[in-house]
Design a protein around this ligand. Structure first.
Ligand code: PLP
Length: 460
């Protein structure tokens, strides 16, 4: 094949498929072009839950210009920059007091999870717990597409690579927390959580606590499970087991964190479910940190972990060329300062919950909507063939992507995740910009409801 005959030069997804290209954006709306046709859409899922300030924020243009004037790049291993320091201090100061003591900035969520695994391993080595090498994570989880982050993930996409991942014995998988499908009839939430905790404790004991390094969960699981909020007692239960067996508790807040789902204007999703004493030992973040304007993600370290390093070797091993990138950190810091100054994390929590309530009402009678769930600025709709039995649609029907495409045609982006034959169902997720208004929410709800209705007709 000649180069001229190629339809796309991008090596991602279907190799020779040209996906729509975004031409411009303003606020919560984007204009895309596909096969010569332009279309305006409400960016309901902001890429993949990345956006906060919206497109074309005029202040960001100034932030970027100012940042470029004062910083570009230095190699962090021997010349630091005050902006990565300032961003770390900002995150720590805007988290509950005592939750975090240090941060490391990198370029993507996968990279942050990769680094976190290494930091956890070094933490145990610093304590001379040399046998602690196992990372327990959840069935159906998604933590990224690098080798380490895929090893702690568990879904059909990452399973494709199973032969080149960390040995499966090193990455045991625990039961997923998914009340819609897995809580038994006549089982109270308390009993369900107790069952999950018994399962986890049995797994830790079976693996041998001496070998277990960490338990890793997404606070509010995004792409794989469709924003199923942890029931009361679930995360505190994991905390207790981690304390009991000297295991690190790691939360992945790449998708749900940095203000998308916080009750009080803060930054961390876990503040909905945990006290600061119960908080994570280590946490990864990304996405809304740079609101899509700069590529930045990070790892937040608790005082407990930092102290072990300080009292041990005094060094965290490893420095990437672009760790703590000065320009990216300064732009992210200014973006976060604007988000805080304008109370936008409070806005998205309120508007998101309003959207969830409205979706529950408008989709209540739909014969294919089994569940509408989520919290704050992150919601999902699960589709079922039979609402009583919760039977999923056959994969071949690809109901998820039909709904996603129908929404697209009607002027809304949502993110589809196909049911995976792994106990999860077809669902689409919505994660609007933090600046979203009630009028925008109403448009999202109207388009989604209309699109689902049209798919129901098609399926008849
Ligand atoms: N962790 C979670 C929970 C995610 O949802 C994602 C991406 O969607 C990642 C990690 C990987 O982040 P990135 O795509 O920036 O590498």
């Amino acid at each position: 094949m000649t180069i001229e005959a190629q339809k796309s030069y991008i090596f991602q997804g279907k190799i020779d498929e040209q996906v729509p290209n975004v031409l411009k954006g303003e606020g919560v709306k984007i204009t895309v072009e596909h096969n010569g046709v332009t279309q305006e859409l409400i960016d309901g899922v902001t890429g993949a839950a990345v956006g906060a300030l919206g497109w074309g924020d005029p202040d960001v243009l100034d932030m970027i210009t100012e940042a470029a004037k004062v910083t570009s790049y230095s190699y962090p291993a021997y010349i630091g920059n005050k902006y990565s320091e300032a961003l770390a201090k900002f995150y720590i100061d805007h988290s509950p007091e005592g939750a975090f003591a240090s941060a490391l900035w990198c370029g993507s969520g996968s990279e942050s999870n990769e680094n976190a695994l290494k930091i956890i391993r070094q933490y145990h080595l610093e304590k001379n717990n040399v046998k602690k090498i196992k990372f327990i994570s959840r069935k159906t989880s998604y933590h990224g597409f690098t080798i380490g982050s895929m090893s702690i993930s568990s879904n059909p996409r990452t399973a494709t690579f199973k032969d080149i991942l960390l040995p499966s014995e090193q990455c045991p998988k625990m039961e997923v927390c998914y009340p819609y499908r897995n809580q038994k009839k006549n089982e109270t939430t308390e009993e369900y959580v107790a069952r999950l905790m018994t399962n986890l404790e049995e797994l830790i004991l079976k693996e041998d606590p001496e070998t277990v390094a960490a338990v890793i969960v997404e606070t509010l699981p995004g792409s794989s499970l469709g924003t199923s909020p942890p029931p009361p007692g679930y995360l505190p239960g994991i905390r207790k087991l981690c304390n009991k067996y000297d295991v690190i508790m790691m939360l992945d807040e790449v998708m749900c964190g940095t203000g998308r789902v916080t009750p009080n204007g803060g930054l961390n999703c876990w503040e909905n479910f945990l006290t600061v004493e119960e908080g994570p030992d280590i946490q990864t973040v990304g996405k809304t940190l740079g609101s899509g304007y700069v590529t930045i993600a990070g790892i937040l370290i608790s005082p407990k972990m930092r102290n072990v390093f300080l009292e041990g070797s005094g060094r965290s091993m490893g420095a990437h060329t672009y760790s703590g990138h000065g320009f990216n950190c300064l732009v992210a810091l200014k973006i976060q300062e604007k988000i805080q100054a304008q109370g936008l994390t409070k806005n998205i929590f309120k508007m998101g919950n309003l959207m969830g309530e409205k979706l529950k009402k408008t989709l209540e009678d739909s014969p294919v909507v089994g569940d509408v769930r989520g919290l704050g600025g992150f919601w999902s709709i699960e589709f079922v063939k039979n609402k009583d039995t919760k039977e999923s649609f056959p994969l071949a029907l690809d109901v998820t992507h039909r709904v996603q495409d129908q929404c697209f045609d009607n002027g809304l982006t949502v993110m589809g995740n196909q049911g995976c034959n792994d106990g999860t169902g077809d669902h689409v997720s919505i994660a609007p910009h933090f600046i979203v208004t009630e009028e925008d929410i109403d448009s999202i709800v109207t388009i989604l409801t209309k699109s689902v209705g049209e798919i129901v007709e098609q399926l008849k």
